[in-house]
Design a binder for this molecule. Sequence first.
Ligand code: AMP
Length: 427
Amino acid sequence: MPDEPSSAAPSRPSHPSHPSRVLVLNSGSSSVKYQLLDMRDRSRLASGLVERIGEQTSLVRHTPLASGGGPRDGAGGRTRERTGPVADHDAALKAMAEELALDGLGLDSPELAAIGHRVVHGGMHFTEPTVIDDAVLDTIERLIPVAPLHNPANLTGIRTAMALRPDLPQIAVFDTAFHTTMPESAARYAIDVQTADEHHVRRYGFHGTSHAYVSRETARLLGKAPEDVNVIVLHLGNGASASAVRGGRCVDTSMGLTPLEGLVMGTRSGDMDPAVIFHLMRVGEMSADEIDTLLNKKSGLVGLCGDNDMREIRRRVEAGDEQAKLAFDIYIHRLKKYIGAYYAVLGRVDAVAFTAGVGENAAPVREAAVAGLTELGLAVDAERNGARGDGSRLISPAGARVAVAVVPTDEEMEIATQTYALAGKRN
Ligand code: AMP
């Protein structure tokens, strides 16, 4: 199947000396998500996930996909699903390898060029995708104190994949890398410099592969080069972050030392007076761990109204639920503040791009976020905003000074693209 280059793709001989497949792995603490792509035509060959690793009821879901389509191509495959114990990441990757082999896409294929790993925290060390070796593994490990939930899981996935294919380039693509271009004025907290430096306390930002991909796609949608446009990217998923991108380089982003800072999220509070923490410790007699859980898992939309799914919140708002309406209003208020702040940071804004689960699907969120901002050149056209569509599209009125767009994110494609480019340089 992947041996035939699509007519749209630049022709490249299908020969083991020109492997063109990239496996993208996103390893969480109890899950592994994967996609296999063919970079000759940027088609997706398979995708899947293993969930609830370590439990008796682990889920393995695998979908073979037709090759030759565009980035959103999903046609052609029948999803296979099974539940049963998957003991650890090693077993999870083996389950993945078995599923891929059933479709003739086994990991032993000479067509496989590299494995790209999503790594959440690269600190200040990693500004670009990086070929993983022992020194890189050590550095990712040293960053665990600033990413205690994510980096250990990412490391486990990497080590397991390295054991499976030690001969292949394994490449780390960091969520933080796109944000390393932030100036010190945006990256530093206004706290004692020595203390900050000693403990690596600064603003790193996350969702970087998404912000990179979406800002570039937005430029493409406008028919311009990324260097020529200034974009505010609003990545609104269960986690949410905003970024200000000037000429293709990030100059500010809303997440900080950890993904807790910034926008109101599904379960995270976003911005807050840090003294709330001392107050909860002293007056509420809560421990640091309890407050950590409160702010990361029981706050945001779920803390405000009991739901973190925007579909359910909108349904409740439509039904007149006051609690859901307040949660929605707080979410929008924060979002609008960031749009205003990043407008000021950038000075000139060419586009505001909405992406991720909420940003791509929730028209009422997009409408409310720019409501009343016509003085800034920002508005949505009701019909365009309400229309359904899969690809990137403008939702601002024709001739608007600032484009407002929906730009579906594609972190796997971005990781695969960066991985393939780096693997190619090594060959
Ligand atoms: P993500 O983290 O990007 O996968 O986004 C997940 C979130 O997107 C969910 O928690 C929902 O709040 C939201 N979402 C997904 N589909 C829709 C939809 N059709 N309308 C509104 N919100 C949606």
